[in-house]
Design a protein around this ligand. Structure first.
Ligand SMILES: [Zn+2]
Length: 271
């Protein structure tokens, strides 16, 4: 059997413990005992498929779904590299759709609470009017822009091939989408909400750049595990960089065009 790195010159790390598998010919990590399917070993692209807490819950228990989706949202946002290296991409697609819906709902709720508080603090509007205003105008806009930006980041990751799955199909990509998009969108939304709470003038000055923060977790993951320079990977990398440019310009334009220009509630809120 041949080496995991094909020519015994490149480092290849165990996705569970980080042990360097360079030059090994048995499809097993000698440090932690993780074994690899023949397909992964032959392609030299290694990953571990670990089911999430949400994957193991009863979908007919709403409290379980809500608590576990919040936990997966926080874990994905704080450890995005884990989604790329260890998320079970062969798990149930329906559960990923559930995660996407619940994760975005949690972010919408967070946005409504944070933006209503910012409106009350900075304009002196009543809490009821502030909540009505942000739910009808701010929240749909910020959640939709953050969602769009995060989906485009997911598309770039899929094109460049960072999830490290040889011959990944739609099922694998949809699994990653469900868990990745809410975590990535949180990176755009939370700084925006905190900024509007603390220094709204600065946020309106900076304008539409905030959705680009959804790319932060991908940049971190890519810097840690760069794609190797094989010819196919290089073509993918160029396509990915083209997508990066389109994403950056598109998101900034979308945010500038769609977002309300002020926290001051308009007259119709009071009727
Ligand atoms: Zn290991």
């Amino acid at each position: 059997m041949r080496c995991v790195d094909h020519d015994c010159t490149q480092d290849a790390f165990c996705p569970r413990c980080g042990y360097n598998l360079r030059g090994l010919t048995a499809a097993r990590c000698p440090e932690c005992g993780l074994t690899f399917p023949a397909e992964q070993w032959e392609s030299g692209v290694l990953r571990e498929h670990v089911p999430t807490w949400l994957d193991r819950c009863d979908p007919w228990q709403p409290h379980q779904v809500l608590i576990r989706s919040l936990y997966e949202l926080l874990r994905g946002a704080l450890h995005p590299g884990r989604l790329l290296r260890k998320l079970d991409l062969n798990g149930r697609v329906r559960r990923a759709v559930l995660m996407l819906a619940c994760g975005m709902a949690w972010l919408g709720g967070l946005a409504a609470a944070g933006l209503a508080a910012a409106t009350v603090v900075h304009t002196g509007a009543s809490p009821a009017a502030a909540l009505r205003y942000v739910v009808l105008s701010w929240v749909p806009a910020v959640v939709a822009v953050a969602f769009t930006s995060a989906v485009l980041v997911w598309a770039m990751i899929a094109v460049i091939g960072i999830p490290r799955v040889p011959r990944a199909g739609w099922r694998q990509h949809l699994r990653l989408l469900g868990y990745w998009v809410p975590a990535s969108a949180a990176w755009a939304l939370v700084p925006l909400i905190l900024g509007l709470l603390a220094v709204p003038d600065v946020v309106f000055e900076v304008g539409g750049a905030w959705p680009l923060l959804s790319g932060v977790p991908a940049i971190g993951a890519f810097a840690r595990r760069p794609v190797r320079g094989r010819s196919r990977a290089r073509g993918r990398l160029l396509a990915g960089l083209g997508l990066v440019a389109a994403w950056a310009l598109g998101c900034v334009a979308l945010a500038k065009w769609w977002l309300p220009k002020s926290l001051e509630p308009p007259w119709w809120v009071y009727f």
